[in-house]
Design a protein around this ligand. Structure first.
Ligand code: SF4
Length: 80
């Protein structure tokens, strides 16, 4: 299960990092949301790998994001 942020559309409202600081943070240079370093997929600031216990908070951030740019995706094997 992965989470992605379409960073270029972020309006820096803070909803995601205030709700799930263990998953999201504000980039100090461009002020946009990014994935926290230790869960990044291949070092990508815009994509992270979620554990099962991260899903609830990530879904809350998806619902709170005012520009709807946070997405959770599942591998085919996880859909079974
Ligand atoms: S909730 Fe959405 S718009 Fe707000 S900081 Fe997070 S990614 Fe950006």
């Amino acid at each position: 299960m992965n989470v992605t942020i379409d960073r270029m559309e972020c309006v820096s409202c803070g909803a995601c990092w205030n709700t799930c600081p263990e998953l999201f943070e504000q980039n100090p240079c461009d002020s946009l949301s990014q994935i926290v370093e230790h869960i990044r997929f291949c070092g990508d600031r815009a994509e992270g790998i979620l554990q099962e216990n991260d899903e609830r908070c990530a879904r809350e951030a998806v619902n709170l994001c005012p520009v709807q740019i946070i997405t959770i995706t599942f591998d085919e094997s996880e859909k079974m």
